[in-house]
Design a protein around this ligand. Structure first.
Ligand code: MN
Length: 195
């Protein structure tokens, strides 16, 4: 059994204002993530998936079309936990040098990440990942996650409408600007960049 207390928000629900409201975080974490956890518990009840970790559930179910619902709910729990940990209130850390070296400048990285996030059609996530030796920006659709494709996640922005609609309505680009300029936890990113 997974519980929401295993995946707590790393800050208070009102900590990311004015960029992400308390109402959004309460709904996003307290309702959406809680529902993915409830669904996963029901779907894996009485199966071998109960014996393994969340990451193992994702990797195993990714190759089994008949377990698509299990994959979707498990990946959503993982993706959200990763997204929430990638932000912090009043973050003061600097963008890691490896990102500047790879993309040319902080501005160029943010421009490419934003471009990717604003052109993602429908629901999904924009990620900075390590793919082999390479740092890349990718999009994944719906619940899909880089760990199902042997890529290491470094940072993600949730661009499902539920992530920003209460605060930004249809203005996804403004949400991404605030995410990149005011919310990213670069210390978390730096930890993930360590090989
Ligand atoms: Mn979400």
């Amino acid at each position: 059994m997974f519980t929401i207390t295993e995946f707590p928000l790393p800050y208070a629900t009102d900590a990311l204002g004015p960029y992400i409201s308390q109402e959004t975080l309460q709904t996003h974490h307290g309702k959406h993530v809680a529902t993915y956890i409830d669904n996963l518990n029901k779907l894996i009840d009485g199966t071998n998936y109960q014996e393994v970790s969340l990451v193992e559930i994702i990797k195993e179910s990714a190759n089994r079309p008949e377990d698509k619902k299990i994959f979707n709910n498990a990946a959503q729990i993982y993706n959200h936990d990763f997204f929430f940990h990638g932000m912090c209130p009043n973050c003061e850390a600097q963008i890691p040098q490896e990102i500047i070296d790879t993309f040319g400048s902080e501005e160029e990285f943010k421009k490419k990440f934003k471009e990717s996030a604003t052109t993602l059609f429908g629901s999904g996530y924009t990620w900075l990942v390590r793919d082999g030796d390479e740092l890349r920006i990718i999009n994944t659709a719906n619940a899909d996650t880089p760990i199902a494709h042997n890529m290491k996640p470094i940072l993600t922005a949730d661009v499902w409408e539920h992530a920003y609609y209460l605060d930004y309505k249809n203005r996804r680009a403004d949400f991404i600007d605030n995410f990149l300029n005011n919310l990213v936890n670069w210390n978390f990113v730096a930890e993930n960049l360590k090989k």
